[in-house]
Design a protein around this ligand. Structure first.
Ligand code: FE2
Length: 245
């Protein structure tokens, strides 16, 4: 049933007018889709040579090579989706629908593909080191946040065993603390203003070839090849960004 406001104007009419106005605003400001200057493309990073040092712990070159092909697929999809987003017309935007629409598919799968790029680049870049206990600023931050390295490790390992995809150690820039959290898929459970500084990929493709179902063995091997210098660089960048420098 239509209702009237104080001026006697039918509310349904107001909604219709607002919708038309919004559509006009979209049309007026439309500059060629999601990227006004054209879709920027990204390129796959090369795998760091040091990454292959993980073979000594049982995470093989073959696993990384296969993994790299998956990663490159995410890069390709990011570029493909950006191109499609850029080609959208006002008419396409007008078909936006939360149950199903091309726009919804593009927007949701964009975060999946871009997450796949970011997650894997973090992972590839900080493996192939000498492992052992954390060093430098990240060691101090872990102790301040978890009480001890052992407590952090126990929580990180358990979190990884509880995950279906990703687990991150992240700096929460709101309170300056580190915490471990799960992001099952490439784009699930983001926490805003939290910056991952360490990642473990718990998708089967990251370990099954080398460890079968023995997830715990993979996690132990992972601990033994972390490059703490790379993690410290990630933490420094996150802290610097938090200070707005
Ligand atoms: Fe992966």
């Amino acid at each position: 049933m239509a209702t009237n406001n104080d001026n006697g104007i039918e509310r349904r009419t107001l909604f219709t007018a607002a919708a038309v106005g919004a559509a006009a605003a979209v049309t007026a400001s439309f500059t060629g889709g999601a990227f006004a200057q054209g879709a920027p493309t990204i390129a796959a990073i090369p795998l760091p040579e040091k990454l292959f040092n993980t073979a000594k712990a049982g995470i093989s070159r073959k696993t990384h090579e296969e993994h790299y092909e998956l990663y490159k697929g995410y890069v390709t999809k990011v570029n493909e989706i950006r191109t499609k987003l850029t080609a959208l017309t006002p008419a396409d935007l007008g078909k936006a629908n939360a149950s199903f629409s091309d726009l919804r598919e593009l927007k949701t799968e964009y975060t999946f593909a871009l997450g796949g790029v970011r997650n894997h680049e973090l992972y590839f870049r900080h493996l192939g080191g000498t492992g052992g206990d954390p060093e430098g600023a990240v060691a101090a931050a872990i102790k301040a946040s978890f009480g001890s390295v052992e407590a952090w490790k126990a929580d990180f390992k358990a979190t990884a065993l509880a995950a279906r995809g990703w687990v991150w150690l992240a700096l929460d820039r709101e309170d300056g603390k580190l915490f471990n959290y799960i992001g099952d898929s490439q784009n699930t459970y983001p926490v805003w203003n939290a910056v991952p500084v360490l990642a473990i990929d718990m998708y089967e493709h990251a370990f099954y070839l080398d460890f079968g179902r023995a997830k715990a063995k993979y996690i132990d091997a992972y601990f033994s090849v972390i490059d703490w210098d790379a993690v410290n660089a990630n933490l420094k960048a996150a802290v610097t960004a938090a200070k707005g420098a």
